[in-house]
Ligand binder design. Sequence first.
Ligand code: COA
Length: 376
Amino acid sequence: MSYPNYKPGLEGVIAAITKISYLDTEKEQIIVRGYDLIELIEKTSYIKVAYLLLYNRLPSDEQAKEFEKSLMAEAEIPDSMYQLFSLMPKTTQAMDALRTGISFLAGYEDPDFLMDTSTKANEAKALKILAKAPTIAVNSYRALKGMPFVRPNRELGYAENFIYMIKGEKPTATEVDTLDKILTAYIEHEMPNSTFAVRVVASTLSDIYGAITSAVASLKGPLHGGANEAAMKMFLEVLSLGGVKIAEKYILEKLARKDKIMGFGHRVYMKKYDPRAYLLKDYIPKLAHLRPEGAELAQIYEIIAKVMEREKGIFPNADYPIALLYYLIHIPIDLYTPIFLCSRIAGLAAHHIEQHENNRLFRPRVIYEGERDLHP
Ligand SMILES: CC(C)(COP(=O)(O)OP(=O)(O)OC[C@H]1O[C@@H](n2cnc3c(N)ncnc32)[C@H](O)[C@@H]1OP(=O)(O)O)[C@@H](O)C(=O)NCCC(=O)NCCS
């Protein structure tokens, strides 16, 4: 039976009127508050675009510095959270630890302030979550791996401190610049599943901690944010099975089995290029020297992309180059998706705020195909 009003996966359905962002597939542009995201990645920084998303204007260098300082002043988390991380079963996945941590943070808010849906209150809570999320993501991961905690260093910049906590030592300028570009590329992307989750939860007038917790669960899935980790595992599998020599055969076999190739395809772009992937792929050859196997991975990258274009007419999404960029700057694979989530908090918070500024409860209907008139 087909139903004209039913769109599986809500494909093409308009869920919100927004001034935050839009994927203009005709112009191959990602518009963020009027700017082209690609230009923002090239010419600004994560901090500037996060400010743009939260406060609806691009900051001056001075304002950006102040904003970064206020984030770093809020980066530390309560001691009880470090204890919480130590208590988590070692089998906990990094995204689940991050989800638990963000949810736990809500308990430190004054209950009235927690439920305050005003823009001012939401912005203040958003700033705290944005500031603390990297500390939660990295230190919960460290606890799960039995590694010592590395507390945030407020003297460092946002991206610099993020890698510092991951590695336990001051990062190089190349590592900081690469992470900053990744964070900016991931920051906002219209209405993916996790943003929709935030909007749905926000529409009940629930709080931003709960809304972002729901987004962490959504983003974890391999059809969404988890694709970056899955793509990297695929690169490493190709490498272990013979590298460049077998890359084409490997993908053809996967396609013959009707497997999805991670890091390819997109509900909105599908047969077009994701502009972020187009920009970021150019950084791969430049950073390939950072790993002995970097040059071969860069070749495998090209081979797989060519086979996918030829066989399916499907192009890489941002997760495909980003997986390799993370790897080249030595980020542990388990942190790929948590870092994505940390970046996206700026966009998610903007949607939470906008939903509360013009709210109507999400409450769709169904087509019922079950039985009727049964009696117990
Ligand atoms: C993102 C994604 C879930 C979008 O899915 P969707 O809009 O529901 O599209 P469908 O899964 O219905 O795919 C439509 C067609 O494209 C094919 N396709 C889509 N993505 C594909 C991929 N990554 N690998 C192989 N084939 C793919 C499907 O097999 C299907 O082909 P068919 O019509 O011949 O059966 C899908 O592209 C995917 O699973 N990609 C891999 C995961 C990923 O990288 N996610 C991150 C997205 S930013």
